[in-house]
Write a protein that binds this ligand. Structure first.
Ligand code: ROI
Length: 166
C-alpha cells in the first residue's frame, strides 16, 4: 500500500473510431476502477472536428478529474493499459484512434522526459481539451500557461458541441 499523498490529476479522453460514445463510456468506467485513485468527476462528451491531418472522422472528447496516489508514470502506465484493453493500436502519430487517454496534469507538476511531459504540451491551445476541462475545474490554472478561462478567451471553439451530458 502506498503512503503517497493524493494529487489531483486530469485526463483527456478522445476517440474517433469504433463507436466513440461507447469507447468513452467504457473508458470512464475503467478510470473509476483504477487502483489508489478516485474518479471525482467528468465532463460532458463533446463532438469536435479532428485537428491535425485532414480526412479523419470527428472526435468525441471529454475530460476526467481524478484524485490519485499513483505517481505520474504509474498513472500513465495505467492509462495505456486502458487504451490497450480497448484495442488501441499505436500506428500513425496523429492517426485516427479507438481511444486516446492523455495525462494532462498531475498536481502542479512540471516535467519533461521522453515518455511524459507535464503539463501536456499541447493542452493549452486545444479547445477540445480546454472546454471540457473548464467544465470540471472552472478556476484551474495550467502551470506555465495560466488560467483555463483566460486561455479559452484566445482560441476558437468552432465545431465543438455537447453530444452527451456527464
Ligand atoms: N482532434 C480532436 N478534435 N480531438 C482529439 O482528441 C484529437 N486528438 C489527436 C489529434 C489527431 C491531434 N486531433 C484531435 O491526437
Amino acid at each position: 500500500m502506498s503512503t503517497a499523498a493524493y494529487e489531483r490529476a486530469y485526463v483527456g479522453l478522445g476517440s474517433n473510431l469504433a463507436d466513440p460514445l461507447t469507447q468513452l463510456r467504457r473508458a470512464i468506467k475503467a478510470l473509476a476502477q483504477l487502483p489508489d485513485t478516485c474518479l471525482l468527476s467528468y465532463s460532458s462528451l463533446y463532438s469536435s472536428p479532428a485537428e491535425g491531418p485532414d480526412g479523419q472522422p470527428d472526435y468525441l472528447n471529454a475530460v476526467a478529474e481524478l484524485e490519485t496516489r499513483l505517481s505520474p508514470l504509474d498513472l500513465l502506465d495505467a492509462l495505456q493499459g486502458i487504451e490497450d484493453a480497448q484495442g488501441r493500436s499505436r500506428g500513425l502519430r496523429w492517426g485516427a484512434r479507438t481511444l486516446d487517454l492523455d495525462l494532462l496534469l498531475w498536481g502542479r507538476q512540471e516535467q519533461s522526459s521522453a515518455r511524459l511531459k507535464l503539463p501536456h504540451p499541447e493542452m493549452h491551445q486545444r479547445a477540445f481539451v480546454l472546454v471540457p476541462l473548464r467544465e470540471v475545474a472552472s478556476a484551474l490554472e495550467i502551470p506555465g500557461h495560466g488560467l483555463v478561462t483566460k486561455l479559452l478567451d484566445a482560441i476558437s471553439r468552432v465545431g465543438l458541441r455537447v453530444v452527451a451530458l456527464p
